[in-house]
Design a protein around this ligand. Structure first.
Ligand code: PXP
Length: 235
């Protein structure tokens, strides 16, 4: 399994004081020294953490960027200009603290099919962030996604209550089904140093995207060590 490190939380901390610290480019350089697959960044409509220039500055480092984005024209134009390695289409609500659920790929499948065409034409890999539901997986395949990223938020919440078997089973089934219908599978959201080992039970996950837990650990042991520790757990 590969690791994508979500660096939104570094930008959140920086923006809390409106200045330049912690410097997201310096953070990216530290992370890229480790065996990580990609840097994940979510350019939100309200720019609450990652800002447009962050994307361009990280791109200049030659990093593989996995750009999380809502399916809007404004962000599409930026994605087409930045040309990240991959995009992950996520639902976005302004009031939410973080992405709260998977994309409703089913009811938007025609829209999404058209929406991702220019990205695919540029060779950008497209992933949809979905719940572990067959309907959403089928719609993702129909719309032309290469990957789905299974939403692990419910599993992570259930893990905290020590009642996660059902959520884990759903992820396992969804991963198998997604691969059966020709999708590759990533997973992410809410994963931690404590629960990530269970992702090894979910068949053939390509990549885990993890942010909050790594950046939180970095406060205590440093960013390089926090990334190393997570890599040890998933490789
Ligand atoms: N994957 C997606 C699609 C997300 O929206 C997020 C949160 O930005 C993550 C992964 C990472 O979640 P966390 O910060 O909880 O590890």
């Amino acid at each position: 399994m590969n690791l994508g490190v979500n660096i939104d939380h570094i930008a959140t901390l920086r923006n809390a004081r409106g200045g330049f610290e912690p410097d997201i480019v310096e953070a990216a350089k530290i992370i890229l020294k480790e065996d990580v697959f990609a840097l994940t960044m979510h350019l939100r409509e309200d720019r609450r953490h990652i800002k447009d220039e962050d994307l361009y500055n990280i791109k200049k480092l030659g990093a593989k960027i996995n750009l999380e984005m809502a399916a809007t024209k404004e962000i599409l134009n930026i994605a087409l200009d930045v040309e990240p390695y991959s995009v992950c289409i996520v639902p976005e609500r302004r009031q939410e603290i973080t992405t709260e659920g998977g994309l409703d790929a089913y009811s938007q499948k025609e829209y999404l099919k058209e929406f991702i065409k220019p990205l695919k034409d540029k060779g950008i890999i497209v992933s949809f962030f979905t719940d572990a539901q067959n309907k959403a997986l089928e719609a993702s395949k129909y719309a032309g996604a290469d990957y789905v990223e299974l939403h692990t938020g419910c599993f992570s919440n259930a893990f905290l209550k020590n009642d996660y078997q059902n959520e884990l089973e759903q992820l396992k089934k969804a991963s198998l089904y997604a691969q059966d219908i020709g999708l590759k599978v990533n997973a992410g959201h809410g994963l931690t140093y404590d629960n990530v080992y269970l992702m090894k039970e979910v068949a053939n996950l390509s990549e885990l995207n993890i942010g909050h837990s790594i950046i939180s650990k970095a406060v205590f042991i440093g960013l390089d060590n926090a990334v190393k520790e997570m890599l040890k757990l998933i490789k």
